[in-house]
Every structure is written in C-alpha cells, then in structure tokens.
Design a binder for this molecule. Structure first.
Ligand SMILES: C[S@@+](CC[C@H](N)C(=O)[O-])C[C@H]1O[C@@H](n2cnc3c(N)ncnc32)[C@H](O)[C@@H]1O
Length: 299
C-alpha cells in the first residue's frame, strides 16, 4: 500500500473515532514512525510501505483511535521549545503552562522572555543565583525549563510519584540541568513535608480538577493521564490552600509564588492567597483564560 493510500485510510479511521485533525495526526504518526519530516510524506506519497511498516503504522493508528495521546505514543513532547520525555506516569506538559514558566523566568531577571503584560509584574531582588521549589513536578517541565532558560536558579522539585520523579530526573539530564535540580519524593500535603529552607520562588501546576469532574473529562485525559496528576480534592483547591498555609515556612519574605489553576478557579485561588496576606496578579493563557495566579506578600 502506498503512503497516500494508507494515510487516506488512517485519516478516515481516526475521523470516525472523533479524533480532531485526523489527517494531520495520521501524517504526524507516519512521519514519526519513518523518522522523516512531514514534507517527505507528500514528496514520496507513491512510495510503497513494506508489510512491517504498514503493520506498525496501523498499530499506532489504532492506539490513537482509542484516544491514547500522541505524546504517550511517541514518548516525546516539547515544552518551552525544549524536548521532554513523557509516559503515562506524568501529565503531558500543556502549552498553557508555558505562561507560568515564562513569568518565572521574567521574575528571575531574564526579561527577554517577557510579554507586554509582564511589565507590571514583580521581579526578585538581584542575587547571583536563586532558589526555587516546584510542587508536583511531574515530567519536570517547569523546573527543567526554568532552570535551563533562566540559568541562575537551583530547584527542589517535589512529587509524590516515584515514577514521575524518575521521568523528571531523565528530563533534567536530557536538558543538562540535573546538577541544578534536587528531586524529592514526598507528599506535599502532609505535615511532614518540610525541606527546612526558604525559597525565592515557588512554582506549581498542582492537580486542580474537582474529583467529581474527572469522569466528564475528555477520554484522552481521563483514560490515559495519571489520576493523581489531575484530582485536586473535592473542590480542586486543596493544593492552593496548602501552599498558602505553608508559605510562611517555605517562601522568602520578598519571594514570589506562581501557580496554574483551572479555567474557572483564578478568583478563588486569588482569594485564598489574599486571605493569607498576599497581593496577587492573574495572567491569561493563550486562549485568553485566567490561568496563572502570581502571589507575593504585601509589603
Ligand atoms: C498537574 S501535574 C503537573 C505536572 C507538571 N508540573 C506540569 O506542569 O505538567 C501534578 C503533579 O503533582 C503530583 N502530586 C499529586 N499529589 C501530590 C502530593 N500530595 N504531593 C506532591 N506531589 C503530588 C502528581 O504526581 C503530578 O505529577
């Protein structure tokens, strides 16, 4: 069967299974399998796939048709334009979370990463290097990208999942920041979580989906992404309350907290921090949704 024929069949198959952008997804999977760029498929669309290639490709298409995320199939994704390994132990980093990473890099004085709306945001007092805490590091996308792109920060990155931490460790090595990130296996919600130091910056994209909403998530999320990375307690806000409660022992007086939240949670998250004597700012994601809350103690 030629590339053109199999791509056409695969596109139809994925469309019937309600996969968005089915032709593109089929093309991306075939170019990944053949280790060729997308353009190759169109320039050589009359090339015959051998039986082995066709069988492997169809296996990938069936997995995708079953709503398995593309990134889990290939084991790779990009965040802040840098490469990450992903697997079903870690949440797939989302483009929306890049706003938080960019803001953190801005706070650290690397202002080439700023957007116009960051101009009114805080920066940290000048220091040769800073300390950061990443709560619920997962793939390590926040700690790794911030450490790599800011260059002047040492992170503690905590996660309750040992498998996630192993993935994050590999991502730190892949991006050559492993000497600047210390990975900690711990339950942030427990009272025993106590790294015994204060941080200039705390970043977190915690689990924030209210437990009752999980069954109505898209199948690619609810059937494949780790439950522990999604469920944020009954109302989805448990981690924000805990971050605000532990801030006096974790955050330097002039330090900054940056957290991602759900599409309708920014006001509640802001209130949690404001009740704990923080001043807050809210940043929108690429779709214009209030997505990242920045908090700093009132002076
Ligand atoms: C939404 S994922 C975020 C992953 C990554 N930071 C990102 O932005 O893609 C939340 C992470 O928090 C971790 N987590 C869940 N409960 C935790 C807890 N009690 N203490 C520490 N980490 C926890 C999960 O294992 C998961 O890796």
């Amino acid at each position: 069967m030629t590339i053109r024929e199999i791509l056409s069949r695969a596109g139809k198959y994925l469309k019937e299974r309600n996969i968005e952008d089915p032709s593109k997804e089929a093309g991306l999977l075939l170019s990944w399998l053949l280790d060729k760029d997308f353009g190759y498929l169109y320039a050589h669309d009359d090339r015959d796939l051998d039986g082995f290639e066709a069988e492997r490709f169809w296996n990938l298409i069936e997995r995708r048709g079953n709503h398995e995320p593309y990134a889990y199939i290939t084991g790779r994704c990009e965040f802040m334009s840098i490469p990450f390994e992903v697997n079903p132990h870690v949440l797939i980093p989302r483009p929306d979370t890049e706003v938080l990473a960019e803001a953190a890099i801005y706070f650290l004085g690397k202002q080439e990463y700023f957007r116009p709306e960051f101009r009114s945001l805080y920066t940290l007092p000048p220091k040769p290097s800073y300390t950061g805490l990443d709560i619920g590091t997962g793939s390590g996308c926040l700690a790794v990208s911030i450490a790599k792109l800011a260059g002047n920060i040492f992170f503690d990155a905590v996660d309750i999942s040992r498998d996630a931490l192993e993935t994050a460790r590999r991502n730190a090595a892949l991006n050559k920041v492993d000497k600047r990130i210390n990975f900690i296996e711990s339950d942030f919600l427990s009272d025993s979580f106590s790294p015994g130091r204060k941080y200039d910056i705390i970043v977190s994209n915690p689990p924030y989906i209210p437990e009752g909403d999980i069954p109505s998530l898209m199948p690619s999320v609810r059937n494949f992404e780790p439950y522990g990375a999604l469920a944020g307690g009954e109302d989805g806000l448990v981690f924000y309350r805990e971050i605000a409660r532990k801030a006096p022992i974790l955050l330097e007086t002039l330090g900054i907290i940056a957290v991602e939240c759900g599409f309708d949670q920014a006001d509640q998250v802001k209130q949690i921090f404001e009740k704990n004597n923080f001043a807050c700012a809210v940043l929108k994601d690429f779709s214009g949704i209030n997505r990242t809350v920045i908090a700093r103690y009132k002076v």
